[in-house]
Ligand binder design. Structure first.
Ligand code: M6R
Length: 614
């Protein structure tokens, strides 16, 4: 989603900010802008489209207009108003003295706007942010101090915001504020940075202050002052940042997505290390703060997540119910929050999120917390807002994921759910040991099985090429692989814009079968297990309607010969662990179709890596 970078120091701010914004590009955006403040002068530059458009404009500028050592920059993901130059940030007031960049949504902007218009404010964009610019400018006229103006204005704002604000009459400071949207202050020597995410500043500093909700900060070259919601100065809590800059390299792969798909064997090793040693030793989860007695009292599990994380949660439901016997519901966070969800102190609520910043999931977790449920967060970002709300934290350690389409984080979430389930089952003795031992043994063999798929992808590439001209796809599976079908379809539509839908195979005949003909390929996941024959029958039904059939299977069967047009084989694997292998085939298929069609694989249109608005 939107990205913020601010800089105050001795370097040319434009260089630091543009570089920082380029490290946030992966999050998804559709316009960019920068404000440079020097000698009581503010220069604002904006451009719709990619950051390269903004860079082109800046290249044509005279040096004296862009040599400031303080500035704020932004990449905008449109929410209110088209991705035009006028709607791009920074926004300003009538006299252009004040500039603001903003992530989030000001929910009461429509209430505030008429009042400001009555006071003479002229609006030139369709954004909610411009309201904040005029509001703060008005407060500034009264208070004559930017910190006080922001402190007063934020009390009138509803919704979510991370701001950076400057005023040309105070060119020695940037004011930052946050509520329900991430913002960090990078601490340097003789310079300071502000960013909505770590990659933007990690090259310059490894020390940062995480702003909390309702805090406002005054940032100068050599000082940072943080104020709480009562405007009281509080002590700075400087923390070490977790990333190395190298993490943002493609390491020779054409796209981050392909690199991240290939990292999955190591991702599995990383999740298992220190937690699962061998099949005879119990799973160790130091960060789960629930003892045997507390675990035995849990009578309901609720998993809340969005998108790909939601699909991981659906696999989680199958394994949790199978191995622990505890009833488990899975719900999209955006649905969970607008109804009276039944949860209490005996409910374990599991929030799953790669970014840990997804607004819908954060709201859902806060709602569950109020019901005294134990909150367990599975996330790739130990430093995220969600992690900070957790009673128990299960970091997935997948490393930074740059591609908007989640791949390795899904794998790490799946593995974390297997490990968590086994941990609960072993503590409450819900399943006989033999079954659990078999699963543990298989989990340990996963990295080499994944490598065998990744070492020979020619067949998948050929299938991708063959089917890349189709406009629609159906993915079917049953049981524990139904979520794999959903995730495979999501991957394909996200990065190739092909209309792909996942269905439980048994549902085909209840409606979707009407769409089948030779223009609608059907991809079926057929794993040896209790639903194998059923899925095979559903494939026959599809074939009888002339649909092209692609199979993904771990089973060599003569019956496949005259049925499937194309087939991808995966290594031998039990049904319960198979989602971890099947998904890699579907990720590769989506990747190669998108690549073949020449789409922007890593930054698909309209999508954002971290969805920080509800
Ligand atoms: O960061 P989160 O896991 O909470 O994000 C949830 C979804 O926005 C995310 O999984 C989205 O669906 C991805 N683009 C999937 O590739």
């Amino acid at each position: 989603m939107c990205g913020i970078v601010g800089y105050i120091g001795k370097k040319r701010a434009v260089d630091v900010i543009l570089k920082g914004l380029s490290y946030l590009e992966y999050r998804g955006y559709d316009s960019a802008g920068i404000a440079l403040i020097s000698n009581n002068n503010t220069n604002i530059f904006k451009a719709p489209g990619k950051l390269s458009n903004l860079k082109e404009i800046l290249c044509l500028e005279k040096e004296e207009n862009i040599n400031a050592t303080m500035g704020i920059g932004h990449t905008r993901w449109a929410t209110h108003g088209l991705p035009t130059e006028a709607n791009a940030h920074p926004h300003s007031c009538n006299c252009k003295s004040l500039t603001i960049v903003h992530n989030g949504i000001i929910e009461n902007y429509k209430d505030l706007k008429p009042e400001l218009e009555k006071k003479g404010c002229k609006f030139i964009s369709q954004t909610d942010t411009e309201v904040a610019a005029h509001l703060i400018a008005h407060e500034f006229e009264d208070k004559k101090d930017l910190l006080k103006a922001v402190q007063s204005a934020v009390k009138k704002l509803k919704g979510a915001y991370a701001f950076c604000v400057t005023h040309k009459s105070m060119p020695d400071r940037i004011i930052a504020a946050r509520k329900n949207a991430p913002l960090i202050i990078g601490v340097g020597e003789g310079e300071n940075f502000i960013a909505s995410d770590i990659p933007a500043i990690i090259e310059y500093t490894k020390k940062a202050i995480y702003l909390s909700d309702n805090q406002v900060a005054e940032i100068k070259t050599d000082s940072i002052k943080i104020y709480d919601e009562n405007d009281t100065l509080i002590a700075n809590k400087v923390e070490n940042l977790p990333f190395e800059p190298i993490a943002l390299s493609k390491m020779g792969y054409k796209h981050f997505m392909l690199k991240e798909i290939h990292e999955q064997p190591d991702v599995v090793r990383n999740v298992l290390v220190d937690k699962l040693h061998d099949e005879d030793t119990k799973v160790i989860l130091d960060d789960v703060k629930l003892n045997k007695e507390q675990l035995s009292k849990i009578n309901r599990i609720q998993i809340i997540a969005c998108g790909t994380s939601l699909h991981a949660g659906l696999v989680g439901k199958y394994i949790l119910e199978e191995l622990t016997g505890i009833p488990t519901d899975v719900e999209a966070s955006s649905e969970y929050i607008y109804r009276n969800t039944i949860a209490d102190e005996n409910t374990l609520v599991i929030g799953i999120s790669q970014s840990g910043e997804t607004a819908d999931t954060i709201t859902a977790i806060k709602q569950a917390k109020e019901k005294n449920s134990h909150i367990l967060i599975i996330t790739n970002r130990k430093d995220s807002a969600m992690a900070r709300l957790a009673d128990s934290l299960l970091p997935i350690n997948a490393g930074i994921e740059v591609s908007v389409a989640a791949t390795k984080s899904y794998m790490a979430q799946l593995l974390s759910l297997y490990i968590l389930t086994i941990f609960i089952a072993e503590n409450i003795n819900s399943k006989e040991n033999g079954h659990i031992k078999d699963i543990k043994k298989e989990l340990l063999t996963l990295p080499s099985k994944l490598e065998s798929i990744l070492n020979d992808t020619k067949n998948i590439e050929n299938i991708a090429k063959k089917y890349s001209s189709f406009k629609n796809f159906i993915f079917i599976a049953r049981g524990i692989n139904y979520p794999s079908a959903l995730e495979g379809a999501l991957k394909l539509k996200e990065i190739s814009y092909i209309n792909a839908t996942g269905y439980p195979a048994g549902e085909l005949k209840h409606g979707p079968i009407a769409m089948l003909d030779e223009t609608m390929p059907v991809l079926a996941i057929l794993n040896e297990g209790i639903v194998y024959d059923k899925v095979l029958s559903n494939c026959e039904e599809a074939k009888a309607r002339q649909a092209k059939l692609i199979g993904v299977t771990n089973f060599i069967d003569e019956k496949h010969k005259n049925l499937f047009d194309d087939m991808v084989s995966i290594p031998e694997i039990s049904d319960i662990v198979s989602p971890a292998l099947n998904i890699v085939v579907l990720q590769l298929l989506a990747y190669h179709i998108s690549e073949y069609l020449g789409k922007d694989v890593d930054q698909p249109r309209n999508l954002a890596k971290s969805v920080t608005v509800e």
